[in-house]
Design a protein around this ligand. Structure first.
Ligand code: BGC
Length: 278
């Protein structure tokens, strides 16, 4: 579905008027998630770093072009004060919050023996501590507001962007894989802790999706051939593949989904090297 089709069918998703914060929404998977939710009629806070203000404004314009409402907000998700301010300002502007997409993620790999503490720390701070800070802020608001059954069956929905590397070990990217393993247990622990409050917490685990983060694995024909050896479905993923999963997880269509990771990876996590081998 393209964003216009989502917008034309927004009644099917039932998220119109709900408020969503999407972190790292100026590009890649965050952008696609924000546009899907915005197309579905959610009011979207498009979080970004200051350097990506132009791209974030463009995402807001796209959402407005679909008839939605969006506001760009610069904040570093690994900074406690900036996160607190972003959620306070979002609630002040839109009244409350219904959906958090914890998307922001970075890679900064190295041979393990050469990995600096700064490299380790930065990836853990952004990918994992960022999700802690944003989830805590969102949950505080969900608990403060309480149920709104006329809006959604769930009091709040949190969607964490994980990765196939929450289960597939990744040499030279130990910090990234460790952060995503952490995301998995953070997501499940929150789901377990808040299920009785009707707060749903799930994750999306993308495989190889065509974004800036992994340009080197798809930009040449040879790289793409090598990549597709790892993808049984024989195509690279597109950001919209992830946006669609996020839209569904944010809607009541997935109301009985909790504590689950949806792998959106063309089968990458199904050990394709074992096809006819082993
Ligand atoms: C990484 C990408 C990689 C993909 C599959 C993602 O989590 O960010 O760089 O292509 O996993 O390995």
């Amino acid at each position: 579905m393209n964003p216009e089709q989502i917008a034309a069918n927004k009644d099917a998703f039932g998220i119109a008027g709900q408020v969503a914060v999407v972190t790292g929404a100026s590009s890649g998977l965050g952008r696609a998630s924000a546009i899907s939710l915005g197309g579905g009629g959610a009011k979207v806070v498009v979080n970004h770093l200051p350097a990506s203000a132009v791209a974030a404004a463009e995402v807001c314009r796209e959402i407005e072009g679909l008839g939605g409402e969006a506001v760009a907000y610069a904040a570093d998700v690994s900074d406690e004060d900036q996160v607190a301010a972003m959620f306070a300002d979002s609630v002040a502007r839109f009244g409350t919050l219904h959906i958090l997409v914890n998307n922001t993620g970075i890679q900064d790999g190295a041979k393990f023996q050469d990995m600096t503490l700064a490299q380790w720390q930065k990836v853990i701070d952004v990918n994992l501590t960022g999700m802690f800070l944003c989830s805590r802020a969102a949950i505080r608001e969900f608990l403060r507001r309480g149920p709104q059954p006329e809006v959604s069956r769930a009091t709040g929905k949190i969607i964490c962007m994980s990765s196939v590397h929450q289960v597939i070990p990744w040499a030279f990217e130990a910090n990234y894989a460790a952060s995503k393993g952490g995301v998995h247990m953070l997501m499940q622990s929150l789901a377990q802790e808040f299920a009785t409050h009707k707060i749903r917490v799930n994750a999306v685990a993308p495989g190889a999706i065509r974004t800036r983060i992994n340009r080197s694995v798809w930009e040449t024909e040879e790289a793409m051939r090598n990549l597709l050896d790892l993808v049984p479905y024989a195509r690279i993923g597109e950001p919209a593949d992830i946006g669609h999963a996020v839209l569904w997880l944010a809607s009541d269509l997935s109301d009985y989904m909790n504590a689950t990771t949806m792998f959106v990876d063309g089968g990458m996590s199904a050990y394709p090297a074992f096809r006819g081998a082993g």
